[in-house]
Each structure stands twice: as structure tokens, then as C-alpha cells.
Design a protein around this ligand. Structure first.
Ligand SMILES: [Zn+2]
Length: 320
């Protein structure tokens, strides 16, 4: 039997397109809760080791990143100098620092005045360290992504940040690495390598699902995939495994760009009237502003939540 020519052509195109290069995607990496999400439970030496390992991978792979600081975590009797040195590694390695408030204060819970005070208190040392590296403090990341529970508060907070010279650092990709990181830290301390492997496998699978969902949601909401901004947290999970996460992103077609480059995307100037008790990412902000609240996001693995709750330790509480 002769196969019609158009059918052969169709099959060839189908085969070729299935091997086609992944889409041209771009992402900026941001890392919160410096010097470490679990700084209370980590001695300064462990923070230094974790930081050097994390930054070593990023530097070796030429991946830019901005780290967001909670200066309160630097002040621990007998350890402050070493903790400041660990933070300074970020600048020594060629990365940038931003403000994440002094004590990780939620705008939604603390109210505008207390939150503004915490923003100001959070910039003292970071400004000095940046100046020593001929840089200036220009980025702010909201703790818990809480941007205000009503529009007036949100706009006043935005104006305050702008007056102090900040650009807000939004996020569009977030796979709740902080939730995995607490359980991973505990497993690492107990030398439970099986659990560590299970956590990493789950983290990478969940991240892949979240990225796929948010890519589709981007197109559905604003018509294209913007230069994305990924939220991570300073932890041993990332120090030990960020290389695998970077590989996963490369497989999805991502190139790594600076936060400054990402913020030039017109998406970050779109109308955004999101207010709410729960902080969330900016693709959600745009979707909700358009009256199209997103549905069907990947479900976070319950067993990781259960393990996190079971730890009953300070680092088991959400620190996003
Ligand atoms: Zn945070």
C-alpha cells in the first residue's frame, strides 16, 4: 500500500517537532532569609559552610542571584562577626543583597507603621556591606509575600518603598522549598540519607510540576511567559542540591538572567490590585486582578507537610 505523501510529511513534522528544542525561557534566581532560613538552629560555622557551598555552585555555573537579608539573624552573642562574614560571602562571590526586613515582619500581621520600622531597621548593615563593594541597596522582598490586606495599605507601602529607593522584587515561581528545607535539615542532622533522597526527589518533581503549571498560567493570564523570578531560601537543601534544580530548569529551556534584567519585562508593570490575607506570587496577582483566580495548581505533598509539623521545632513554621 502506498502511503499518501501528505501523511508522510505530517509524520516527519510530528517526529521532528517532538525532538524540537525547548522554548526560550528566562529566569532570575532570588534567595530569601539570609544568612539562613534556620539560622536559630545553625551555628555560625554551619551557616558559613552552607553559604559557601550554595554560592560556589551558582558561581561555577555563572548563575546570577540576589539574596534577601533578615539582619536580625546576624546578631547572636559570640557569633555576630562570623555571621556577618558569612553574609559578606555573597558580595565577595559577586552576588547582590536586598532587604527582607530586619526580623521577617509580615505587613499583613504587623500593620504599616511597624512594618516600615522593620524595613528601615533591616537596611543598616546591608547598606554598609554593599557600599564596601561599590553597590547600593535597591531591592526589597516582602516577607511571606505579604503585600497588604487592603489596597490603601498596599499603595502606601509601595510609596514608602519607592521613597526609600527600593524596587520591589516580585516572584513568579515558588515550589515551597522552605517546607522541604526544614525536614531535610532534620534528616541531615540524623544522617537519615534515605529520607534526604526522598525529599530531594519529591522537591524536584514538585518543582517541575509547579514550573509547568505557572508557565501555562502565564500564557493564560498575560498571553506569554514573562521573564520569571524564582523564589528559593538559604538552606542546606539548596546548598546540597541547587545544581539539580538548575539542571531541571535548563531542561525546561531556561536561561539564567539577573533580577534587573527580569524586572525590565513589561509584565511587572501590569495592573496589580491583589490584596489578601495570604501572600502569593505575581502571576496569581495578575490573574486575580483580571477576575480569573487560578485553579488546579499542583498539590504540595501531604507527607512533607506532616513531617514538617511533626518536628515541632521553630524551623518547622513557615518562613516564606
Ligand atoms: Zn522570607
Amino acid at each position: 500500500m502506498r502511503v499518501p505523501y501528505p501523511l508522510i510529511l505530517f509524520c516527519c513534522v510530528a517526529v521532528i517537532s517532538s525532538f524540537a528544542a525547548p522554548p526560550d525561557r528566562q529566569v532570575a534566581i532570588t534567595i530569601d532569609d539570609l544568612p539562613a532560613g534556620m539560622s536559630d538552629a545553625m551555628p555560625a560555622q554551619a551557616i558559613t559552610q552552607m553559604t559557601a557551598k550554595l554560592l560556589g555552585t551558582l558561581r561555577d555555573q555563572k548563575v546570577p542571584a540576589v539574596g534577601f537579608v533578615n539582619e536580625k539573624k546576624l546578631f547572636k552573642i559570640g557569633e555576630t562577626d562570623e555571621r556577618i562574614k558569612a553574609l559578606n560571602l555573597w558580595l565577595d562571590y559577586g552576588f547582590e543583597l536586598g532587604n527582607h526586613t530586619y526580623s521577617h515582619t509580615s505587613l499583613n500581621r504587623a500593620g504599616l507603621q511597624a512594618w516600615e520600622d522593620d524595613v528601615i531597621q533591616g537596611e543598616n548593615l546591608t547598606r554598609i556591606l554593599l557600599a564596601q563593594h561599590k553597590m547600593h541597596l535597591r531591592y526589597f522582598r516582602h516577607p511571606y509575600l505579604d503585600t497588604g490586606m487592603d489596597l490603601q495599605t498596599r499603595r502606601e507601602a509601595d510609596a514608602f518603598l519607592s521613597r526609600r529607593g527600593y524596587q520591589i522584587a516580585p516572584i513568579t515561581l515558588d515550589a515551597w522549598d522552605w517546607m522541604y528545607a526544614g525536614v531535610y535539615e532534620d534528616a541531615k542532622k540524623r544522617n537519615d540519607t534515605d529520607l534526604q533522597q526522598q525529599l530531594v526527589k519529591s522537591y524536584l518533581e514538585y518543582s517541575d510540576a509547579v514550573f509547568a503549571f505557572d508557565e501555562q498560567l502565564s500564557v493564560h493570564t498575560i498571553g506569554y511567559e514573562p521573564k520569571q523570578i524564582l523564589l528559593l531560601h538559604a538552606s542546606n537543601l539548596e546548598a546540597d542540591h541547587i545544581g539539580e534544580l538548575l539542571d531541571l530548569l535548563r531542561k525546561r529551556g531556561y536561561k539564567f538572567i539577573t533580577l534587573q534584567d527580569a524586572l525590565e519585562d513589561a509584565a511587572y508593570s501590569l495592573p496589580d490590585n491583589y490584596v489578601g490575607v495570604e501572600g502569593t506570587g505575581w502571576i496569581d496577582h495578575w490573574a486575580i486582578t483580571q477576575g480569573k483566580p487560578p485553579h488546579g495548581a499542583p498539590v504540595f505533598p501531604q507527607w512533607v507537610i506532616d513531617r514538617s509539623k511533626a518536628l515541632h521545632q521553630p524551623h518547622a513554621t513557615p518562613t516564606q
